[in-house]
Design a protein around this ligand. Structure first.
Ligand SMILES: C[S@@+](CC[C@H](N)C(=O)[O-])C[C@H]1O[C@@H](n2cnc3c(N)ncnc32)[C@H](O)[C@@H]1O
Length: 396
């Protein structure tokens, strides 16, 4: 149990007030405050999002709603002076806290030592965006709002195995994150997150629960990973694809894909050899959130064979029509629809995403014999596409 901190207010300050004092004053005035309150022992930096959560009932609620249990190994990003950390330590097996500010690290260590809980805490002094997190099964944190997007991307696409992340976020950001297809806030960011997780709005938190009081209100959100964190698509293709699909707010998918640069984006991505995670690095969030507008593709257009690109565009049109998405708008399209469309694009022979390697694997899966695969390879090499069509017909 933590003892309340004592806030010493100098008598001169109290006497300088014009208001009458109801309580008789002694030498100094001793105010007992909660251990969570902020005693201004050093200046806080707003650019680091240093707003301390001081409402004990909100802090308790966060730990409760996150469902922290004695088996949990918790990751906390931005522990500050430890208001949330001490509660997490009380409920979990172990807490790893990552804090960028040395003054906060010192304050946190001292507080936890006084409580005799140091054996359950690992403090890492560093930038949460630059370090590799040790393993954890849940993340609970009141994070600096400036790193909300990249941090969530790092957690979800950075090869970490965890079940939930319960985060305090800026209210507007939380609304975008938890939006569903058909909601006005639903956008590419929410779609990208929903590829691997579900996000649920848990409760709102008032700005007056923080010291110093920030300009914005907050919301607590729980992000639950799906399929054990397995990503059901090639991320590079998926990003390119969603960037195209979400590029124009009020246009149908048919109209969007008719644009040259959009077709190009998809074409380029489909041929890229980049994989989901490069050397374990998470994918840049700018890519997760940005749309395709305003980006110059001129250089690539010049290098592209116009005939090949024309064929590709024609095929996109056909696929859209076949799956019936020509008239759909992205605001009400689900990720399942998008995955289905992406797959439909992928399985178009020639001029599409389907590489020779993919094609061979596909044929073998279908029971194709070795000589057929060799024939296909030969046809592709010699660009004998009519013969290839014949071979495919016999197999399929
Ligand atoms: C909003 S405060 C939260 C403090 C504490 N968790 C609480 O609830 O009172 C955010 C904390 O994150 C720290 N911080 C800011 N940027 C960071 C970064 N890139 N990596 C790790 N910590 C960071 C700040 O120094 C600050 O202590």
């Amino acid at each position: 149990m933590e003892t309340p901190t004592r806030l010493l207010i100098p008598i001169s300050k109290l006497l300088s007030s014009n208001k009458p004092h109801i309580t008789p004053l002694s030498q100094s005035f001793l105010l007992h405050t909660s251990p969570d309150s902020w005693d201004c022992r050093f200046p806080l930096h707003q650019q680091r999002g240093q707003h301390i959560l001081i409402n004990p009932s909100v802090l308790d609620a966060i730990v409760r709603k996150a469902g922290v249990s004695p088996d949990d190994s918790v990751l906390e990003v931005g522990p500050g002076t430890g208001n949330l950390t001490v509660r997490l330590l009380g409920a979990a097996r172990h807490v790893t806290a990552v804090e960028i500010d040395g003054r906060m690290v010192e304050a946190l260590r001292e507080r936890v030592e006084n409580l005799g809980l140091s054996h359950k805490l690992t403090v890492i002094r560093g930038d949460a965006m630059k370090i590799q997190f040790p393993s954890f099964n849940i993340c609970v944190a009141n994070i600096p709002y400036g790193i909300s997007s990249p941090l969530i991307a790092k957690l979800l696409f950075g090869s970490y195995q965890f079940c939930t992340a319960t985060l305090l976020l800026q209210k507007e950001f939380a609304c975008r994150l938890t939006a569903l297809p058909g909601d006005s806030e639903y956008n590419r960011f929410a779609a990208n997150i929903r590829l691997v997780a579900e996000a649920e709005l848990i409760m709102d938190v008032s700005k007056t629960d923080f010291a110093p009081v920030p300009k914005v209100d907050s919301s607590l959100v729980t992000i639950r990973t799906r399929n054990g964190g397995i990503i059901p698509a090639d991320l590079n293709e998926w990003y390119g694809f969603t960037r195209v699909c979400y590029s124009k707010k009020n246009k149908t998918l048919g109209a969007i894909f008719k644009q040259e640069k959009m077709a190009l984006e998809l074409f380029k991505r489909s041929r890229s050899k980049k994989k989901n995670c490069i050397n374990g690095e998470f994918v840049n969030i700018v890519d997760l959130e940005s749309d395709g507008e305003g980006e110059s593709e001129e250089k690539e257009t010049k290098q592209m064979d116009p005939h090949e690109l024309g064929l590709f565009k024609e095929k996109i049109g056909k696929v859209l029509e076949k799956v019936g998405f020509n008239q759909k708008k992205h605001s009400n399209i689900t990720n399942e629809d998008l995955l289905c469309l992406l797959r439909a694009f992928k399985f178009q022979p020639r001029g599409s995403v389907l590489s020779i390697g993919h094609l061979c694997k596909f044929l073998i899966n279908l029971g194709g014999r070795y000589w057929i695969v060799c024939q296909v390879l030969q046809c592709c090499r010699e660009k004998c596409f009519q013969i290839l069509q014949g071979v495919l017909k016999t197999v399929l």
